[in-house]
Design a protein around this ligand. Structure first.
Ligand SMILES: [Zn+2]
Length: 254
């Protein structure tokens, strides 16, 4: 069985490395998410504008036919006016002509307004399509960046996770539970004694505790009373310089 303290210190070093790798992504995932939302929103706007345009075009083509019909009706009524037999009929036909003319005028006005609307919407649609295409290119670029970063990190991550699993299986359940609990509050779970203080929070440690930690042959877990990190002697602390050596040791004594 490898030293539990050494395993914990090695685990802490691995987790710090993993945190740093995660930091490399920085704001990139957030940027991708908001860019995705932008693309979806623009797509929705394009659909909305297109739908309005279809409606307007349908209205315009129907209106053009109706205008022709109204014109024909007016001409027909004008001819009918000559054939009336009395004043009452004359007035009735005159009213019908008036009505057809007014209807023609009203519809012509509306057609002009809708025509302007169509023109504006066509411009808006072109602008939206161009914004959508730009946003899509930006999204592709961001996704490409993430992909590249993750493939670069892939090998390192795999290696670290493999070592992490190996250490976890070498740990007793009690230290593992304590480690995970502290990890909720501190990214660096393990602190060492440095100038008689906790290297995590810099609060000074009781002399008695320092002595106990330095002569910790029973592998008791000590905690900093101030910050709650696990405290270990400097000689057990793991960093870049002794990481590989510790991994070998844990592997061989497992
Ligand atoms: Zn502390």
């Amino acid at each position: 069985m490898a030293s539990q303290i050494k395993s914990l210190a090695t685990l802490a070093y691995i987790d710090e490395q993993l945190d740093e790798l995660k930091d490399e992504y920085g704001e990139l995932p957030d940027k991708v998410r908001s860019q995705e939302a932008k693309v979806v929103k623009l797509k929705f706007m394009i659909e909305e504008t297109s739908r309005l345009l279809v409606d307007i075009k349908a209205f315009c083509s129907t209106a053009k036919v109706t205008l022709m019909e109204l014109k024909e009706r007016e001409e027909m009524l004008a001819k009918k006016q000559f054939l009336v037999r009395n004043n009452k009929e004359f007035d009735a036909v005159t009213n019908e002509i008036k009505f057809a003319r007014e209807e023609h005028e009203r519809l012509s006005d509306r057609l002009r307004t809708e025509g302007l609307k169509e023109e504006n919407l066509t411009k808006i649609l072109a602008e939206q399509v161009s914004q959508f295409e730009t946003a899509k290119i930006e999204l592709d670029y961001l996704e490409q960046q993430i992909k590249q970063l993750s493939s670069e990190q892939d090998k390192t991550l795999k290696d670290l996770f493999k070592k992490r699993d190996m250490i976890l299986s070498s740990l007793n359940s009690n230290p593992r539970t304590h480690y995970n609990r502290i990890r909720v509050f501190h990214s660096d779970v393990v602190a060492k004694i440095k100038r008689d203080s906790c290297s995590g929070c810099y609060s000074s440690l009781p002399k008695q505790q320092i002595v106990e930690i330095r002569n910790n042959f029973e592998e008791v877990l000590f905690y900093c009373e101030n910050c709650g990190r696990m405290l270990i002697g400097e000689e057990s602390f793991v960093d870049e310089s002794n990481f590989d050596e510790n991994i070998k040791l844990i592997k061989s004594t497992k």
